[in-house]
Design a protein around this ligand. Structure first.
Ligand code: XIL
Length: 467
């Protein structure tokens, strides 16, 4: 039991006299003034979500009080002093104070409103600022009349700083490994498109395209062991490949705009035949099992599965090696209408191949009325193979910038009908595949480790914007 008598002394006396006279007048044993619950609510000056509740009920006899703060919890007994209650979540709350004294009970209520800024003074919330749509960030993609592509991994799509740059500069995604055979067809009886689906979902949510990479690749990076050690007949192998291509293309139909259907089929050895039985991972199980026409067969399977998707043959060193370039054109010419475009991997160096070699390759693609994808662009700077190279020197960074600019200028100058995409193979220097590949430090991309733009980025941009 506790008593709150907060009146000043004079007021107390008057009240008591009044009570007494009541009692005398009525002649009853005791006539009580009805108890009137009352409280004050003040917003804390230090925390706008905290309400200070002051029970101002007065009564001439002992009384008890309890609070229901409107937060969905059971009522609590009023303690000494003021109550501090935190309203963390925006909403409408009714606070109820119940007081009971000498068998009579009264309640006082007050409704409060809470918005994102805290408790609204006098129940009036500040007008909610209309959500300002994020300023669309302007980047490379906004100055190009072709798709600007980026090699991504699903993991990096989920890193906010990566995603921010992806959205700003790029509008075409290529999975570095998640859409290769070892991931998509891990066992003879299973397919797994989860990672590819997640990449497609990111692209769709951000208005980007997805370039599928890559269905048929001899390389052990992407070849499942069960395919490498295939135990069935050649006919069964071919049926397996048809089923794999069909299942994959149908799964991604309408979601993936283009596929590198066959990757790196042409050997670097003399005469540039199709890879076949070479050792050291250089041969192709697909050529061995399906015969010299295997590339065409694969394109036909793909065409049957999805007549609309854009089909590419993708390979490297086709600017630097004239004989490889010509072998590629022979292969492509043989494919006729089955192929839509050529992916020219641009794993190049700051000083090679020359502008004219790149231009010759481009001219050959354009003259065939094929789409051209400058794929997998990265520009090596550590061509000396310096194992202790700690940073990119300013002159080398400028030379790299010039090469980026040259490549983009060449691409930008081709007829619109042949333009498709230019894809850079990674965002930051510290995530390039080349460091693993060459076993020396490399700095081949357009962004520093802290996401700032390198001169290479400016080279790309200048090629699009400066006459
Ligand atoms: C590389 C990826 O960058 C690596 O992350 C992966 O481990 C191996 O493959 N040519 C290609 C690409 O067509 O698929 C390769 O990508 C690089 C060479």
């Amino acid at each position: 039991m506790k008593k709150k008598l907060q009146y000043v002394l004079g007021l107390c006396l008057i009240t008591i006299m009044f009570s007494c006279s009541n009692s005398d007048d009525g002649g009853t044993e005791q006539r009580l003034e009805p108890i009137t619950a009352a409280f004050e609510a003040t917003i804390s000056t230090t925390d706008p979500n905290v309400l200070i509740l002051n029970n101002t009920t007065t009564y001439e006899f002992d009384f008890t009080s309890s609070w229901d703060y409107g937060l969905g919890d059971p009522a609590v007994t009023d303690g000494p002093g003021n109550e501090m209650v935190r309203y963390a979540t925006p909403g409408r709350y009714t606070i109820t104070l119940t007081v009971t004294g000498e068998g009579v009970t009264d309640t006082a209520t007050q409704e409060i409103l809470v918005d994102i800024n805290g408790i609204c003074p006098d129940g009036v919330c500040s007008p909610v600022e209309p959500e300002v749509p994020l300023e669309p960030q302007v980047g490379l993609k906004d100055f190009a009349d072709f798709s600007v592509g980026m090699a991504i991994t699903l993991e990096r799509l989920n890193i906010p700083q990566h995603a921010e740059v992806y959205r700003k500069d790029f509008n075409n995604l290529t999975a570095e490994f998640e859409m290769k055979m070892d991931i998509m067809h891990p066992t003879p009886t299973t397919f797994n498109f989860d990672a590819g689906d997640a990449i497609v979902a990111f692209a769709e949510a951000n208005g980007m395209e997805v370039h599928g990479h890559t269905l048929i690749w001899h390389n052990e990076f992407a070849l499942p062991n069960w395919v490498k050690n295939f135990s069935g007949t050649d006919a069964q192998f071919e049926a397996m490949v048809e089923n794999y291509i069909t299942t994959t293309l149908q799964h991604f139909k309408g979601k993936v705009r283009s596929w590198d259907l066959v990757n790196e089929a042409i050997s670097d050895s003399r005469g540039n035949p199709l890879r076949n039985t070479e050792g050291n991972g250089l041969g192709s199980i697909f050529r061995q099992k399906m015969g010299p026409d295997y590339v065409k067969k694969c394109f036909q399977f793909a065409r049957n599965a999805d007549p609309d998707v854009k089909l590419f043959y993708n390979d490297y060193n086709m600017a630097s090696s004239v004989s490889k370039r010509d072998a590629m054109f022979r292969l492509v010419d043989d494919l006729g209408d089955l192929i839509d475009g050529v992916g020219a991997q641009m794993h190049i160096s700051f000083n090679s191949p020359s502008q004219s070699r790149i231009q010759q390759l481009v001219d050959g693609v354009v003259s065939r009325n094929l789409l051209l994808h400058f794929a997998e662009l990265d520009v090596r700077v550590n061509t000396e193979g310096n194992a202790s190279l700690a940073a990119l020197s300013t002159p080398r960074a400028e030379a790299q910038k010039a090469k980026y600019k040259e490549v983009v200028e060449i691409y930008n100058a081709i007829p619109q009908a042949n333009k498709f995409a230019l894809t850079v193979w990674g965002l930051r220097d510290n995530e390039t595949w080349l460091t693993d590949f060459w076993k020396v430090p490399e700095f081949p991309l357009m962004f520093n480790d802290n996401y700032t733009q390198k001169p290479a980025y400016d080279g790309f941009m200048e090629a699009l914007t400066v006459d």
